[in-house]
Write a protein that binds this ligand. Structure first.
Ligand code: ZN
Length: 244
């Protein structure tokens, strides 16, 4: 079983009727519901949980963490962001959705401000596939049509990704690197731009397909804390590892 933890700040759904109407049980519940299947088990956590529902033990038992946050990034303790960063370095997969670009754990993993240009005008968006052969883009035609989405535009001050899988183009003219892969330590991160809370983006089947594909792609094949071992030569009779 692939073990997924969906984290959501769960704020707009409780404070704005328009958002509650789209995600009555929270964005995390919607994502959990469409991910659950024979080989994916899903837990959820929110800002309301003790320690944000995140401990080292919980992350050790998580293959892929999904993160949605927007207005409450500052309430996530630095220690929680550090736990997520360290878990990715050891091999855990992580998916940061939409405004997760400004979350503490994403910025801790990127090391840059991760800012961008934005506008809430209800532009439509075409999310274009740039690599139709990649596992994350399987099941998607040339593009995903989003009738309405928050506009995100370049320049974005995150590091250049290892691979761009989607480029978004908006009716207002902007373009944006909408689906990006980053390798950090033993782990991989997928950033996916769609998902503004006032639009039903996570109910769109193609968006669900991309997130499901990303979960399967990011499952760790190797997981270990990164250390800096002092070693002997490969053929030393005492062995190449110097035990402490
Ligand atoms: Zn947004």
């Amino acid at each position: 079983m692939i073990r997924v933890l969906v984290w959501n700040e769960f704020y707009h759904e409780q404070t704005k009727e328009s958002v509650k109407a789209i995600y009555p049980d929270g964005i995390h519940s919607t994502i959990a519901d469409f991910l659950k299947c024979d080989d994916i088990e899903v837990r959820t956590a929110t800002l309301e949980d003790e320690n944000c529902g995140i401990t080292k033990e919980i992350l050790d038992e998580t293959d892929v963490l999904i993160w949605w946050g927007h207005a409450r990034h500052h309430l996530v303790p630095d220690e929680v962001a550090a736990l997520v960063r360290d878990a990715v370095h050891s091999g855990m997969g992580a998916i940061f959705l939409h405004s997760g670009h400004h979350s503490k754990p994403f910025k801790a993993l990127m090391g840059t401000p991760c800012s961008l240009t934005w506008r809430e005008s209800g532009d439509s968006e075409l999310v274009w596939v740039t690599n139709p052969a990649h596992p994350i883009t399987q099941g998607i035609d040339r593009f995903i049509h989003l009738p309405n989405e928050e506009t995100y535009g370049e320049p974005v001050s995150s590091p250049n990704p290892d691979e761009v899988l989607f480029i978004g183009g908006y009716s207002g003219g902007e373009v944006f690197r909408s689906g990006c892969l980053f390798r950090r330590g033993n782990g991989q991160i997928f950033y996916f731009q769609p998902g503004h809370e006032t639009f039903p983006t996570f109910h769109i089947p193609e968006v669900q397909t991309v997130i499901r594909n990303a979960v399967r792609y990011l499952v760790p094949r190797y997981r270990a804390e990164i250390t800096c071992p002092h070693v002997r030569t490969w053929n030393d009779p005492e062995g190449y590892m110097i035990k402490k």
